[in-house]
Design a protein around this ligand. Structure first.
Ligand SMILES: [Zn+2]
Length: 414
């Protein structure tokens, strides 16, 4: 079953005292006709029974992923990671794979077995990866192996598994959501798991693909959202280096904001969704609209909800106008805030009040509307959440409390 592929088990054996480095015996597997062969690249030694072309592709994927994660954590990989990647267990000679690994591989999963010595400050760990050949299992496990060999630990379960899932999906220069569609679908349809449950729940590694999905969602959000990413890397490094910190210490003061953005992420998540450009603007302070001079703001097409600094009151009428055009496809037609015939590209609004959002409502290029609730007005260009990254342009928006005695606001283009 596809879903089983997301489960892995990490076993770490850490002893309390430190001994001189132990030379690791590298397992050289015999190259039988259909059996495993050994392949090498700068950071990996892979034993696998997949076809040679597939093995080379796998090494390339692993090297790319390792380059990304070692840059992210700022620590180079210390020694090659040995991986056993299995397509067909029957072709493997007996005794090469430990029984724990055979169990996981039979369950379409993987395991990283890290063994070595540590006294808490110094360590000498060798991590071996055992994984089925499909999906991203070898990459996921290789993240654990890198962490174990580089830091002597992989951190708490939520971080370790969340980051390993991210490592599996990481692409250079692309921070969009590209998780398994089953994972995205599950997260969107489920009752959201609380952050406390994800971070502090009595959960263990290898528990269920559903738990992995929540850990990935939290790590992906914190690693990419511009409000939280600056604190996330140092938090991760401190967790990996056992520096006595916690999620609560680092993010406790921002709990309301993180919960709000976490729920919004789950609601709007799609393949292609960009957490960075949908980060909430917490700095903009709204004020009540007074007088005939309108409140003016630019709304970008390539972004999520954007603040207007206009505080609206339920049942009150407002008048607005816009100026400019934007595009919602690469090299697409210029359209104004009324959008196209299908309603895409239309200017839409939402009201934020005490960490709660109203329903989204349509605004358009010119006219009046009655506020459906109290709150700070946020705007965006209506588009599928997964495809706003190819949008371009901005529209100027003006709003004021409706006043029948005042000169009307200028129409677009006037
Ligand atoms: Zn794992």
């Amino acid at each position: 079953m596809q879903s089983h592929k997301l489960i892995c088990v990490l076993v770490i054996v850490l002893l309390v005292s430190f001994f001189p480095a132990r030379v690791s015996a590298q397992t050289e597997t015999p190259a039988t006709e259909n059996g495993p062969r050994t392949y090498r690249s700068p950071n990996f030694v892979v034993h696998s029974d997949v076809k040679p072309e597939e093995a080379k592709e796998l090494l390339q994927r692993l090297e790319t992923m390792l380059g990304l994660i070692s840059t992210y954590w700022g620590q180079r990989n210390r020694k090659p990671i040995e991986c056993f990647v299995v397509e067909d267990l029957k072709t493997w000679p007996q005794g090469v794979l430990p029984p724990d690994a055979i169990d996981k591989i039979r369950g379409q999963a993987g395991v990283t077995i890290a063994q070595g010595l540590t006294n808490g400050r110094q360590f000498n760990i060798n991590a071996k990866v055992y994984a089925v050949s499909d999906a991203g299992v070898p990459q996921h496990e290789a993240v654990h192996a890198y962490c174990a060999q580089t830091f002597g630990t992989t951190g708490p379960v939520w971080y370790s598994e969340g980051m390993a899932e991210m490592g599996m999906y990481w692409k250079k220069g692309d921070s969009s959501v590209n998780a398994n569609p089953i994972v995205i679908d599950y997260l969107k349809k489920s009752e959201p798991k609380s952050l406390n449950e994800i971070v502090n729940g009595q959960e263990t590694t290898g528990d269920s693909w559903q738990n992995y999905a929540w850990r990935w969602a939290l790590c992906h959000l914190l690693a990419n959202n511009t409000n939280y990413q600056k604190r996330f890397r140092p938090l991760g490094l401190a967790l990996l280096q056992n520096k006595g910190t916690s999620f609560e210490q680092v993010y406790g003061s921002m709990a309301d904001e993180i919960i709000f953005e976490y729920l919004l992420f789950l609601e709007n998540m799609q393949t292609g969704y960009r957490v960075d450009i949908c980060s909430w603007n917490w700095k903009a302070r709204p004020r009540l609209l007074k007088g005939v001079r309108p409140n003016k703001v630019d709304v970008e097409a390539k972004a999520g909800w954007q603040p207007t600094k206009a505080q609206l009151a339920e049942g009150e009428e407002y008048e607005f106008t816009t100026e400019g055009t934007w595009t919602i496809l690469e090299n697409g037609d210029e359209i104004n805030a009324d959008g196209n015939e299908l309603g895409a590209g239309k200017l839409v609004g939402i009201l934020f009040d005490d960490y709660k959002l109203s329903e989204e409502f349509e605004i358009g290029a010119y006219g009046k509307f009655t506020a459906p609730a109290d709150g700070h007005l946020f705007l965006r260009c209506k588009d599928e959440w997964g495809t706003i990254a190819d949008n371009d342009g901005e529209i100027e928006f003006q709003i004021r409390a409706a006043d029948p005695n005042a000169k009307p606001l200028p129409m677009p283009g006037q």
